[in-house]
Design a protein around this ligand. Sequence first.
Ligand code: E4P
Length: 222
Amino acid sequence: MKFFIDTANVDEIKEAASLGILDGVTTNPTLLSREIKRTNRPYKAILKEICEIVKGPVSAEVINLGREGIIKDARKLAKIHKNIVIKVPLTKDGLKATKLLETEGIKVNTTLVFSSNQALLAAKAGSSYVSPFIGRLDDAGQIGMELVREMVQIYENYDIATEIIVASIRLPLHVIDAALTGADIATIPFKVIELMIKHPLTDVGVKRFLDDWAKIGSLTKL
Ligand code: E4P
């Protein structure tokens, strides 16, 4: 399973990349505008820096919603770096634009996917990635992971190459559930990556080993 980080915060991306576990990055207009505000830098500079930190796909989302607007935004974003993947919302115009962008060699991550029908349509349009938002489904009273399970099964049934990015992850348990479904990728917020590292028994164990070692005194100096 590939791990992406779901943030535009360059400090968080650097820290996660230093762990040696990062395969890519996803941003969205909310995350990118937060980083623009935090650093007072233009979006292009931020995306370029992210692409230099992580050697993998970096998703950046279109702002315009009509077919022509999506295509224009996508071409502009794709010029920033060869690893930029264009996030396009699952709409009629989004599907039309996806077909063309993928034939031009611009990779699309179909975003805001909340049903298996939408996932099928994204794949038929040729999208390289599809992002089901599980946390937001959970918030709406539906089991988000059920959607991922369906999608994995459907894509397997037809040998569909579109990669599933489990998005809107809120908890470490979401990552385990995503891995159990066989989804290709989980895009994880920084704070969830930190929680995944932590276990109280690890902390207790480290302390006990160090305390025992220290009891012997100078004989145990490395
Ligand atoms: C995915 O690509 C989105 O950026 C993200 O996962 C949305 O998560 P949220 O529902 O926590 O905003």
